[in-house]
Design a protein. Sequence first.
Length: 236
Amino acid sequence: MITKDDLLQEFGEFHEAEGCCFAEYAVATYRLHCSLRLSDDQTVAVVSKDIRNPDFAARILLQAPAGLPRDRPTIFDLPENAHGFTHAMAVPSTYHGFLNQIEDRANLFLCIPIFRCEFSGNESVEEFKWSTHHIVAIDNWHRTREPSITVYFDNPRTGGGTDDAGALVPLRVLLDEIDNLNGVGNGFIEITNYRGEVIEVLSPEEGHYVLIRNRQDEEAMDRAGLVAAVETFTTD
């Protein structure tokens, strides 16, 4: 169990309000604003980079469910807020390194405000760490949506592709691969969104694409129409 003495040793000082503890410290060229709610069975924390909004942080902490599981993420709703986040995701201590110098941190959960499309809630430790290092800047509360996208593709022209398991990629990388597929009749892209739904993209000839929904419903599109459909599929 993390105690207030642990926080004093870590931060030097903190203040309390609404049953939560608030502290900050400098890291390299920015400041981390840290908010925590302590209890005997779990500690929940919120961290933001260069953005101080204790009221919003407290709302996340107070909204976090009791009895969070220690082996997987938990997604929960957030009330309407100025940052536009729709949900938060609590991840157990094995998923993050916050306060990793404190020995008794097994019940420390990091609560991240998110757009729902950014995480499925089924991420493994490795998937979560890769995504938060390369795609979703979770401590940036001014970020734009970065949807969770898994891509399985093959492009004989470029030599690019993945194995059957696919790869997590940012939306911008997917859009680049759509351009690379243009006119590659023997190539394909299979896209899985955060809900686990799948669409496929083909390009039988230059400037023409085919979007396949439900493995059978085909629709011919130009690039603009396809990009709009893909963005809706991955973010809604």
